[in-house]
Design a protein around this ligand. Sequence first.
Ligand SMILES: C[S@@+](CC[C@H](N)C(=O)[O-])C[C@H]1O[C@@H](n2cnc3c(N)ncnc32)[C@H](O)[C@@H]1O
Length: 447
Amino acid sequence: MPDQGVQNVEQRLAALFEHLGLVRAHFGVQNTAEMDPIIAGQPERIASLAMIGLNRLQAATVAPIADRLLLMYGDGGAGVDAVAASLPSLPNAESHCFEDYVVLTWSDVVADRGGEIFPLWLDFLGRAEARNPASLPRIERSEGEVAGEVAGITYRIRGGGPALVLLPMLLSASQWEPIVERLAEHFCVISLGGRYLGGVAFIDGRGTDPGYLRGVHMHINEIDIQPGETVLDVGCGPGSLDRWLARHTQCANPITAVDVNGYFLREAAAIAEAEGLSGIISFGPGNAEDLPFPENSFDVVMSHTVMEECDAERMLAEMIRVARPGGRVAVMVRAVDMRSLWNLPVSAAIKAKVEAPVLSVGEKGCADASLYRRFGRSGLTDLKLFPTTMTVNDPDGYTWKYYEPYLFSLLDADETAQWRAAKAQAIADKSILLARWLHCAVGTKVV
Ligand SMILES: C[S@@+](CC[C@H](N)C(=O)[O-])C[C@H]1O[C@@H](n2cnc3c(N)ncnc32)[C@H](O)[C@@H]1O
């Protein structure tokens, strides 16, 4: 079905619900970004809401449905603070903490903790269903799976029973799949996807933002890609930068893009196809720590904001291995060792809190200036090492909306009110801006 002129996610979801005849459903999400307007405007649509592996939470936002809310979070990572700050004002909500589990943006929480999640969620759903039944979608039942697309949102329907809608998670590689079949024995499970939701909207929103592309451009310029050279993109996500690069080079360079996340790879291929770029970019599975290519395969091997999540030493060694002699290896990482800039007129005390680095990095990952030392001792030559920035100017864009709620877990009620007033002022005087640092490194493999 075509887009029918709908613009925002709220309208897209409304069109989908209308098409499926979903008056009321149970929902599973990681964070509530896409659900916020529904919670605020049509809470009766929500028979229950489970936030699984959450790393953001604003009590005021979920308060209207707190009596049918389930929160599952780790005992490490940003979610703990958010939950600790919010739970006292949500006394009716149910919660469960995964012990010895740090939830990061890329955690594969359902794969890691599905055995724990499934029985608790099923029990919660059963009780919520008894109190407030969900409606059935107006889809003809058939054996196996029904799939379709409405207003740019894709859906897959499995199983039968009351409706359970699963919105895509952030960077989780397996998404909900490890428990979907079991849920489908009890519920009509409707898994949503497409470029406007979840991790794809998050990463693609950043990857198509001029404020991020400015930094990427600076990095790619140093690679000095020549027409016809082959490019490998390691950890491509939804392929935003591959599409940008294909256009930037006027399709003069074949791009091979790999990722460990099947959800991203499927969505990346669909978006590239829709944009007429599938001839120049090929997407496939590939682990940065064990790249599925022989040595000396590519002229350029690049990666953007992936080394944070991997074993950095192994990843760099693999990128160098598959680069041909004379080829360039280029890595960009988020800089968790540098303060960000939220350009709002707030007090120094608030600035000190919100601009402090957020230590979002894997155990063996690299998200600091050690990138430069790693390149220095890697054997690569002709090194170009420099920091750059990404900026976000749109407070209504997905990137801003993702970062900002984390801050509310750091601020008290008074500071939050000051923040909101300062934000309104910065919007009014057109000076609103978030800037974050990135470290960049480019080197040449010796001939
Ligand atoms: C923050 S996204 C960056 C996507 C893209 N490079 C960009 O800048 O828009 C990080 C990506 O790295 C991928 N990733 C994480 N660990 C990986 C690994 N070991 N091998 C390949 N990809 C990996 C994730 O699945 C995710 O798609």
